[in-house]
Design a protein around this ligand. Structure first.
Ligand SMILES: Nc1nc2c(ncn2[C@@H]2O[C@H](COP(=O)(O)OP(=O)(O)OP(=O)(O)O)[C@@H](O)[C@H]2O)c(=O)[nH]1
Ligand SMILES: [Mg+2]
Length: 337
Protein backbone atom coordinates (compact mmCIF):
# COMPACT_ATOMS: atom_id res chain seq x y z
CA UNK A 1 0.00 0.00 0.00
CA UNK A 2 1.26 3.49 -0.80
CA UNK A 3 1.61 5.23 2.56
CA UNK A 4 2.16 8.67 1.06
CA UNK A 5 -0.16 11.44 2.00
CA UNK A 6 -0.37 14.52 -0.16
CA UNK A 7 -2.12 17.85 0.08
CA UNK A 8 -2.73 20.78 -2.22
CA UNK A 9 -3.56 24.11 -0.65
CA UNK A 10 -3.47 27.85 -1.23
CA UNK A 11 -1.38 30.30 0.77
CA UNK A 12 -0.64 34.00 0.73
CA UNK A 13 2.80 34.04 2.33
CA UNK A 14 5.83 31.90 3.09
CA UNK A 15 4.86 31.86 6.79
CA UNK A 16 1.43 30.52 5.91
CA UNK A 17 2.99 27.83 3.71
CA UNK A 18 5.34 26.67 6.46
CA UNK A 19 2.60 26.76 9.12
CA UNK A 20 0.22 24.67 7.01
CA UNK A 21 2.89 22.18 5.99
CA UNK A 22 4.07 21.61 9.55
CA UNK A 23 0.50 21.28 10.82
CA UNK A 24 -0.29 18.59 8.26
CA UNK A 25 2.98 16.73 7.90
CA UNK A 26 5.23 17.62 10.82
CA UNK A 27 8.91 17.76 9.95
CA UNK A 28 8.76 14.90 7.44
CA UNK A 29 7.57 16.98 4.52
CA UNK A 30 8.61 17.54 0.92
CA UNK A 31 7.38 20.31 -1.33
CA UNK A 32 6.71 18.88 -4.79
CA UNK A 33 5.66 22.04 -6.60
CA UNK A 34 4.84 25.70 -6.05
CA UNK A 35 3.01 27.76 -8.65
CA UNK A 36 1.58 31.23 -8.56
CA UNK A 37 -2.19 31.43 -9.07
CA UNK A 38 -3.07 33.71 -11.95
CA UNK A 39 -5.86 36.12 -11.06
CA UNK A 40 -8.20 37.71 -13.53
CA UNK A 41 -9.40 41.28 -13.84
CA UNK A 42 -8.01 44.54 -12.55
CA UNK A 43 -8.10 43.46 -8.89
CA UNK A 44 -5.09 41.23 -9.56
CA UNK A 45 -2.89 44.31 -9.42
CA UNK A 46 -4.15 45.20 -5.97
CA UNK A 47 -4.07 41.82 -4.27
CA UNK A 48 -1.13 39.93 -2.86
CA UNK A 49 0.04 36.97 -4.96
CA UNK A 50 -1.42 33.58 -4.04
CA UNK A 51 0.41 30.29 -4.41
CA UNK A 52 -0.65 26.71 -4.92
CA UNK A 53 1.60 24.26 -3.15
CA UNK A 54 1.69 20.51 -3.51
CA UNK A 55 3.47 18.67 -0.73
CA UNK A 56 3.83 15.13 0.43
CA UNK A 57 5.05 13.16 3.43
CA UNK A 58 6.44 9.66 3.72
CA UNK A 59 8.37 7.59 1.18
CA UNK A 60 9.09 9.20 -2.16
CA UNK A 61 9.50 6.86 -5.12
CA UNK A 62 13.17 6.46 -6.00
CA UNK A 63 12.53 6.95 -9.71
CA UNK A 64 11.16 10.43 -8.92
CA UNK A 65 14.76 11.37 -8.11
CA UNK A 66 13.75 14.15 -5.77
CA UNK A 67 16.92 15.38 -4.04
CA UNK A 68 17.21 14.62 -0.35
CA UNK A 69 16.57 17.55 1.90
CA UNK A 70 19.36 17.85 4.49
CA UNK A 71 16.89 18.52 7.31
CA UNK A 72 15.05 15.28 6.62
CA UNK A 73 18.15 13.13 6.58
CA UNK A 74 19.42 14.36 9.94
CA UNK A 75 17.80 11.48 11.83
CA UNK A 76 20.38 9.10 10.44
CA UNK A 77 23.30 11.36 11.18
CA UNK A 78 26.14 10.04 13.27
CA UNK A 79 27.02 11.22 16.78
CA UNK A 80 30.28 11.89 18.65
CA UNK A 81 30.42 8.37 20.03
CA UNK A 82 30.27 7.00 16.49
CA UNK A 83 33.23 5.12 15.07
CA UNK A 84 33.37 7.55 12.12
CA UNK A 85 36.47 9.78 12.44
CA UNK A 86 35.72 13.22 13.79
CA UNK A 87 36.90 15.00 10.62
CA UNK A 88 34.41 13.03 8.55
CA UNK A 89 31.64 13.92 10.96
CA UNK A 90 32.47 17.62 10.55
CA UNK A 91 32.54 17.22 6.79
CA UNK A 92 29.11 15.63 6.90
CA UNK A 93 27.74 18.53 8.91
CA UNK A 94 29.20 21.07 6.51
CA UNK A 95 28.11 19.12 3.44
CA UNK A 96 24.55 18.81 4.76
CA UNK A 97 24.63 22.55 5.41
CA UNK A 98 25.34 23.15 1.71
CA UNK A 99 29.11 23.72 1.57
CA UNK A 100 31.10 22.25 -1.31
CA UNK A 101 33.75 19.56 -0.96
CA UNK A 102 36.45 21.81 -2.43
CA UNK A 103 35.72 24.49 0.14
CA UNK A 104 35.91 21.94 2.96
CA UNK A 105 39.17 20.55 1.58
CA UNK A 106 40.64 24.05 1.51
CA UNK A 107 39.48 24.57 5.10
CA UNK A 108 41.06 21.38 6.42
CA UNK A 109 44.25 22.11 4.53
CA UNK A 110 44.33 25.55 6.09
CA UNK A 111 43.49 24.41 9.63
CA UNK A 112 44.54 20.85 10.44
CA UNK A 113 42.73 19.53 13.54
CA UNK A 114 43.57 16.87 16.05
CA UNK A 115 41.03 14.16 16.74
CA UNK A 116 38.76 14.65 18.67
CA UNK A 117 38.10 18.36 18.84
CA UNK A 118 35.33 20.59 20.14
CA UNK A 119 32.63 20.96 17.46
CA UNK A 120 31.78 24.58 18.23
CA UNK A 121 35.44 25.48 18.10
CA UNK A 122 35.79 23.93 14.65
CA UNK A 123 32.70 25.69 13.34
CA UNK A 124 34.04 28.98 14.67
CA UNK A 125 37.27 28.28 12.81
CA UNK A 126 35.24 27.56 9.71
CA UNK A 127 33.48 30.94 9.89
CA UNK A 128 36.87 32.62 10.35
CA UNK A 129 38.18 30.68 7.39
CA UNK A 130 35.31 31.98 5.19
CA UNK A 131 36.02 35.51 6.34
CA UNK A 132 39.78 35.22 5.87
CA UNK A 133 39.37 33.69 2.40
CA UNK A 134 37.06 36.53 1.37
CA UNK A 135 39.48 39.16 2.64
CA UNK A 136 42.25 37.54 0.61
CA UNK A 137 40.24 37.85 -2.61
CA UNK A 138 41.62 40.34 -5.04
CA UNK A 139 38.31 42.22 -5.41
CA UNK A 140 38.47 44.50 -8.46
CA UNK A 141 36.96 47.98 -8.44
CA UNK A 142 34.35 48.28 -11.21
CA UNK A 143 35.44 50.36 -14.21
CA UNK A 144 33.61 53.05 -16.18
CA UNK A 145 31.73 50.70 -18.49
CA UNK A 146 29.68 48.13 -16.65
CA UNK A 147 27.46 45.52 -18.31
CA UNK A 148 25.13 43.12 -16.54
CA UNK A 149 24.87 39.76 -18.29
CA UNK A 150 23.20 36.49 -17.39
CA UNK A 151 20.35 34.14 -18.24
CA UNK A 152 16.86 35.45 -18.85
CA UNK A 153 14.87 36.64 -15.88
CA UNK A 154 17.63 36.54 -13.27
CA UNK A 155 17.09 40.19 -12.31
CA UNK A 156 19.58 42.07 -14.52
CA UNK A 157 17.31 45.03 -15.26
CA UNK A 158 16.07 45.36 -11.69
CA UNK A 159 19.63 45.18 -10.36
CA UNK A 160 20.69 47.79 -12.92
CA UNK A 161 18.02 50.11 -11.50
CA UNK A 162 19.46 49.55 -8.04
CA UNK A 163 22.95 50.38 -9.36
CA UNK A 164 21.63 53.53 -11.05
CA UNK A 165 19.94 54.57 -7.79
CA UNK A 166 23.21 54.06 -5.93
CA UNK A 167 25.13 56.11 -8.50
CA UNK A 168 22.61 58.94 -8.31
CA UNK A 169 21.64 59.02 -4.62
CA UNK A 170 24.78 57.79 -2.88
CA UNK A 171 27.62 58.70 -5.21
CA UNK A 172 26.06 61.82 -6.76
CA UNK A 173 26.84 60.61 -10.30
CA UNK A 174 24.81 60.67 -13.53
CA UNK A 175 25.60 57.54 -15.50
CA UNK A 176 24.40 56.95 -19.05
CA UNK A 177 22.37 53.77 -19.56
CA UNK A 178 22.48 51.72 -22.75
CA UNK A 179 20.09 48.89 -23.55
CA UNK A 180 21.62 46.03 -25.47
CA UNK A 181 18.44 44.01 -25.68
CA UNK A 182 18.19 43.44 -29.40
CA UNK A 183 14.42 43.90 -29.33
CA UNK A 184 14.58 47.52 -30.47
CA UNK A 185 11.22 48.08 -28.82
CA UNK A 186 12.10 51.55 -27.59
CA UNK A 187 8.98 51.41 -25.41
CA UNK A 188 8.65 52.75 -21.91
CA UNK A 189 9.47 49.78 -19.71
CA UNK A 190 10.48 49.88 -16.03
CA UNK A 191 14.03 50.90 -16.87
CA UNK A 192 12.83 53.63 -19.25
CA UNK A 193 10.42 55.08 -16.72
CA UNK A 194 12.98 54.87 -13.92
CA UNK A 195 15.67 56.65 -15.96
CA UNK A 196 13.12 59.26 -16.94
CA UNK A 197 12.24 60.00 -13.34
CA UNK A 198 15.90 60.27 -12.32
CA UNK A 199 16.86 62.33 -15.36
CA UNK A 200 19.26 59.69 -16.67
CA UNK A 201 19.90 59.39 -20.41
CA UNK A 202 18.84 56.03 -21.79
CA UNK A 203 19.88 54.84 -25.24
CA UNK A 204 18.76 51.75 -27.05
CA UNK A 205 21.33 50.15 -29.29
CA UNK A 206 20.17 50.09 -32.90
CA UNK A 207 17.53 52.78 -32.29
CA UNK A 208 19.27 55.73 -30.65
CA UNK A 209 22.58 57.15 -31.69
CA UNK A 210 24.98 57.36 -28.77
CA UNK A 211 27.96 59.65 -29.23
CA UNK A 212 30.24 60.72 -26.45
CA UNK A 213 33.78 61.92 -26.41
CA UNK A 214 34.12 61.78 -22.66
CA UNK A 215 36.14 58.67 -21.76
CA UNK A 216 35.31 59.25 -18.10
CA UNK A 217 31.55 59.05 -18.62
CA UNK A 218 30.20 56.15 -16.59
CA UNK A 219 28.10 53.83 -18.74
CA UNK A 220 25.81 51.05 -17.53
CA UNK A 221 24.67 48.41 -20.01
CA UNK A 222 21.57 46.22 -19.73
CA UNK A 223 22.10 43.14 -21.86
CA UNK A 224 19.29 40.85 -22.93
CA UNK A 225 19.14 37.38 -21.37
CA UNK A 226 21.72 34.95 -22.74
CA UNK A 227 21.13 31.24 -23.10
CA UNK A 228 24.36 29.86 -21.60
CA UNK A 229 23.74 26.48 -23.22
CA UNK A 230 23.90 28.08 -26.66
CA UNK A 231 27.52 28.73 -27.63
CA UNK A 232 26.49 31.02 -30.51
CA UNK A 233 24.48 33.20 -28.16
CA UNK A 234 27.42 33.35 -25.76
CA UNK A 235 29.74 34.24 -28.68
CA UNK A 236 27.55 37.07 -29.95
CA UNK A 237 27.14 38.45 -26.43
CA UNK A 238 30.93 38.54 -26.08
CA UNK A 239 31.29 40.23 -29.48
CA UNK A 240 28.83 42.92 -28.43
CA UNK A 241 30.64 43.54 -25.15
CA UNK A 242 33.92 43.81 -27.08
CA UNK A 243 32.37 46.18 -29.59
CA UNK A 244 31.40 48.55 -26.77
CA UNK A 245 34.81 48.11 -25.06
CA UNK A 246 33.15 47.06 -21.85
CA UNK A 247 35.73 46.41 -19.15
CA UNK A 248 33.46 45.40 -16.26
CA UNK A 249 31.38 42.37 -17.18
CA UNK A 250 29.12 41.29 -14.39
CA UNK A 251 27.56 37.85 -14.27
CA UNK A 252 24.11 38.18 -12.69
CA UNK A 253 22.81 34.99 -11.14
CA UNK A 254 19.66 34.00 -9.34
CA UNK A 255 20.77 32.54 -6.00
CA UNK A 256 17.90 30.05 -6.17
CA UNK A 257 19.57 28.18 -9.03
CA UNK A 258 20.88 24.74 -8.21
CA UNK A 259 24.62 24.11 -8.29
CA UNK A 260 24.52 22.34 -11.69
CA UNK A 261 23.09 25.41 -13.35
CA UNK A 262 25.35 27.74 -11.36
CA UNK A 263 28.33 25.68 -12.58
CA UNK A 264 27.09 26.03 -16.15
CA UNK A 265 26.92 29.82 -15.77
CA UNK A 266 30.33 30.11 -14.13
CA UNK A 267 31.84 27.95 -16.87
CA UNK A 268 31.39 30.94 -19.23
CA UNK A 269 33.81 33.18 -17.34
CA UNK A 270 36.50 32.90 -20.02
CA UNK A 271 34.16 32.97 -23.03
CA UNK A 272 32.61 36.23 -21.88
CA UNK A 273 35.69 37.65 -20.12
CA UNK A 274 33.57 38.09 -17.01
CA UNK A 275 35.06 40.09 -14.14
CA UNK A 276 32.42 40.39 -11.40
CA UNK A 277 29.34 38.61 -10.10
CA UNK A 278 26.05 39.61 -8.52
CA UNK A 279 23.60 37.26 -6.82
CA UNK A 280 19.89 38.12 -6.78
CA UNK A 281 16.79 36.76 -5.00
CA UNK A 282 18.68 36.36 -1.73
CA UNK A 283 15.38 37.20 0.01
CA UNK A 284 13.90 33.95 -1.33
CA UNK A 285 16.82 31.73 -0.41
CA UNK A 286 16.74 29.85 2.87
CA UNK A 287 20.07 28.13 2.31
CA UNK A 288 22.74 30.45 0.88
CA UNK A 289 25.80 28.44 1.95
CA UNK A 290 26.23 26.98 -1.54
CA UNK A 291 27.11 30.50 -2.75
CA UNK A 292 30.39 30.60 -0.82
CA UNK A 293 32.15 28.31 -3.27
CA UNK A 294 31.22 30.64 -6.15
CA UNK A 295 32.18 33.77 -4.25
CA UNK A 296 35.52 32.42 -3.00
CA UNK A 297 36.72 29.96 -5.61
CA UNK A 298 35.73 31.07 -9.12
CA UNK A 299 37.85 34.17 -9.60
CA UNK A 300 35.04 36.72 -10.10
CA UNK A 301 34.95 39.78 -7.87
CA UNK A 302 31.75 39.91 -5.83
CA UNK A 303 30.02 43.17 -6.74
CA UNK A 304 26.79 43.28 -4.75
CA UNK A 305 23.75 41.30 -3.67
CA UNK A 306 20.06 41.87 -4.37
CA UNK A 307 17.42 40.72 -1.91
CA UNK A 308 14.09 42.15 -2.99
CA UNK A 309 12.05 43.82 -5.67
CA UNK A 310 12.56 47.45 -4.73
CA UNK A 311 14.09 49.53 -7.54
CA UNK A 312 16.20 51.56 -5.14
CA UNK A 313 16.75 49.38 -2.08
CA UNK A 314 17.02 45.68 -1.06
CA UNK A 315 20.58 45.73 -2.23
CA UNK A 316 24.03 45.73 -0.63
CA UNK A 317 27.62 46.06 -1.83
CA UNK A 318 28.71 44.55 1.55
CA UNK A 319 28.80 41.00 0.29
CA UNK A 320 30.94 39.51 3.05
CA UNK A 321 28.89 40.71 6.01
CA UNK A 322 25.57 39.90 4.31
CA UNK A 323 26.66 36.35 3.49
CA UNK A 324 28.18 35.77 6.93
CA UNK A 325 24.90 36.84 8.51
CA UNK A 326 22.99 34.42 6.30
CA UNK A 327 25.37 31.51 6.86
CA UNK A 328 24.04 28.89 9.22
CA UNK A 329 24.87 25.34 10.05
CA UNK A 330 21.88 23.00 9.90
CA UNK A 331 20.86 23.01 13.55
CA UNK A 332 19.39 19.53 13.66
CA UNK A 333 22.80 18.13 12.95
CA UNK A 334 24.27 19.87 15.98
CA UNK A 335 21.74 18.56 18.47
CA UNK A 336 23.76 15.40 18.93
CA UNK A 337 26.82 17.32 20.11
N1 LIG B 1 12.30 38.69 -4.79
C1 LIG B 1 13.17 39.16 -5.68
N2 LIG B 1 12.77 39.36 -6.93
C2 LIG B 1 13.69 39.82 -7.81
C3 LIG B 1 15.02 40.11 -7.44
N3 LIG B 1 15.67 40.54 -8.54
C4 LIG B 1 14.77 40.53 -9.55
N4 LIG B 1 13.58 40.10 -9.12
C5 LIG B 1 12.35 39.91 -9.91
O1 LIG B 1 12.64 38.98 -10.95
C6 LIG B 1 11.89 39.30 -12.12
C7 LIG B 1 12.81 39.44 -13.32
O2 LIG B 1 13.62 40.59 -13.12
P1 LIG B 1 14.27 41.37 -14.35
O3 LIG B 1 15.12 42.46 -13.78
O4 LIG B 1 13.26 41.76 -15.35
O5 LIG B 1 15.16 40.20 -14.96
P2 LIG B 1 16.09 40.28 -16.27
O6 LIG B 1 17.28 39.43 -15.97
O7 LIG B 1 16.35 41.68 -16.65
O8 LIG B 1 15.15 39.57 -17.34
P3 LIG B 1 15.36 39.56 -18.95
O9 LIG B 1 15.69 40.96 -19.37
O10 LIG B 1 14.05 39.08 -19.45
O11 LIG B 1 16.46 38.60 -19.23
C8 LIG B 1 11.12 40.59 -11.80
O12 LIG B 1 9.84 40.24 -11.39
C9 LIG B 1 11.91 41.18 -10.63
O13 LIG B 1 11.12 42.00 -9.82
C10 LIG B 1 15.40 39.88 -6.07
O14 LIG B 1 16.54 40.09 -5.65
N5 LIG B 1 14.44 39.41 -5.24
MG1 LIG C 1 16.04 42.71 -18.48
Amino acid sequence: MDKRKSLTFKARSTEEIIRTLKKNFGENVRVLSISQIKRRGLTRFLKKPQFEITATAGEVPIQGAIPQDPLITTKTFTNPSSSIPFKQQIQRILRHSGFSQSLMDAFFEDEPFGDPCNIQEILNHFFHFLQKSYEQLNVKEPGQRIALVGPSGVGKTLTLCKLIAREVFTLGQKPVVIKLDGEQSGGQDVLGTFCNILGISLFQEGVDQYMSYDAQQKMLFDHEGVNFFDQDAVGSCNAKLDQWSIDTRVLVINALYDTDFLDQCFSKIKDLKLTHCIFTHLDEVTQSNKLWQYVLKRGLSPYCLSFGQSLTADFTPHVLSYLLNKTKITEDLLKLY
